[in-house]
Design a protein around this ligand. Structure first.
Ligand code: ATP
Ligand code: MG
Length: 426
């Protein structure tokens, strides 16, 4: 049976069982695409995708648990021992509309025809149960050479689906491969077609590129190709050139906010602009918010100096939360290390963060209702503002986070003006 060195043994065993079941029912079946490619270059294999001559309804009949994931495109998810595998019927794609993936596909009985519709030679290799390869386009040779080459005529491939160009750039960047000259030429010729590709599909590719082992190479290739110069996620070559010193490689890939914040900073996007921009690029609300928070903290801290630094930092923690402050520290420590710059400022901030007794009203030893009762006032907006001042005083170590001390503190705070709004840099 086929040996897999870079895949999960359980997934190999279970997917091999699926292949066997399909073959015993008289169909052709094989592993195909990313898993075969990744195994050949010795990278961790993710999805053990299966291609078969069996029609979706035939696949559905053969297995106990199936999900009709994308049945109209031929994909059925077969679940064995709780692990899902995508089983896709051999197909060709016709009628590419608007330079995007077609809505309609035609099921075929031959593997070679299926491989022909795939984007790059390295993605058009199939592997049989016994371990033999079906590699009609020289995908293995191109993997040896480290070359991104389209299956067949590159211009046709890119004209059919413009996203393939960005996939190519992503593979080149993640694998450290070069473009075969004709493929690169076609990409330069057809890059304008990227305008037709949905932001969501672009974002998914960019996430893999920026989260990969060599994000700086991704920026270089995107600048050089001008692939996103007119796209729903806009990154003009000039802006990308300007962003290239942003040291994305110095930052760990996780949490993803780190590299995206560095990229946005490089592109000249401010913390105030970042959240809406990332949302318009189809990032989740949560991610957009936390990446923007990282930028906002960084901007405030870069502008702060001297004795007020501690107050500025503590206000950042209270405004954006402990997690955002920690992410900012990770960001600054990594950049300082990469640039061999002193990190004493950030060590100091880490100590301040560790010493903060309460970061949210929940953690305060005095509840809102208790405060309102003590002051004989109905809760209202004043209460939130007061709690916030208490939190700040506790974080600064001016008041202990204990009920009695906080109660005593309230009286003092009420006698003083609230300096917070004026000090906020937002
Ligand atoms: P990844 O490692 O990111 O999963 P992948 O090559 O496996 O990369 P998938 O999107 O999982 O990418 O697609 C699986 C296979 O389907 C590819 O290897 C390729 O053969 C084919 N494929 C995917 N997208 C396209 C496309 N836009 N045009 C042609 N073939 C494609
Ligand atoms: Mg894949």
């Amino acid at each position: 049976m086929a040996q897999w060195k870079y895949a999960d043994p359980e997934e190999v065993r279970l997917s091999a069982e699926i292949l066997r079941t399909l073959e015993q029912a008289g169909h052709t079946a094989c592993w195909v695409g990313g898993c075969v490619r990744d195994e050949l270059i010795g990278r961790p294999v993710n999805d053990m995708d299966i291609a078969t001559s069996a029609r979706p309804e035939e696949v559905t009949e053969l297995f106990a648990r199936t999900v009709p994931t994308g049945i109209e495109h031929g994909t059925v998810t077969v679940v064995v021992e709780k692990i899902p595998f995508e089983v896709t019927t051999f197909r060709t794609e016709t009628d590419y509309k608007d330079f995007r993936r077609p809505d309609e596909v035609t099921f075929v009985r031959s593997l070679d025809e299926d491989l022909q519709r795939r984007d790059f030679t390295m993605n058009a290799i199939a592997r049989k149960l016994g371990g033999e390869y079906v590699d009609p386009y020289g995908g293995r040779a191109d993997l040896e050479l480290g070359v991104i080459r389209c299956v067949g005529e590159a211009r046709e491939r890119f004209r059919e689906d413009a996203l393939r160009m960005l996939r190519g750039v992503r593979f080149a960047c993640v694998f450290g491969f070069d473009f075969e000259p004709k493929t690169w030429e076609a990409l330069l010729e057809l890059r304008g077609n990227m305008i037709h590709i949905a932001a969501e599909r672009i974002r998914a590719e960019l996430e893999k590129m920026i989260g990969g082992p060599n994000p700086a190479e991704g920026l270089r290739l995107m600048a050089q190709s001008a692939l996103l110069a007119e796209a729903k996620i806009l990154m003009k070559p000039q802006a990308l050139e300007q962003a290239r010193p942003a040291r994305l490689d110095a930052l760990p890939p996780q949490p993803a906010e780190l590299r995206w914040a560095a990229l946005l900073q490089g592109l000249g996007v401010t913390g105030g602009e970042a959240e809406n921009l990332l949302k318009s690029w189809t990032f989740s609300g949560g991610f957009s918010k936390s990446a923007a928070a990282l930028l906002r903290i960084d901007e405030r801290m870069e502008a702060a100096g001297g004795a007020e630094t501690r107050l500025v930092f503590i206000r950042c923690v209270l405004d954006f939360g402990r997690k955002a402050a920690e992410t900012w520290l990770t960001y600054r420590f990594a950049l300082a290390e990469a640039d061999k710059l002193p990190a004493a400022r950030f060590e100091q901030a880490a100590e301040w963060l560790a010493a903060i007794p309460a970061e949210s009203p929940r953690e305060l030893a005095l509840g809102g209702n208790d405060i309102a009762g003590q002051l004989n006032r109905a809760p209202g907006p004043w209460l939130g503002a007061l709690i916030r001042r208490l939190l700040e005083a506790a974080a600064l170590g001016e008041i202990a986070n204990e009920r009695e001390a906080l109660l005593a503190g309230i009286n003092r705070l009420l006698a003083e003006p609230d300096t917070r709004e004026g000090a906020r840099s937002e």
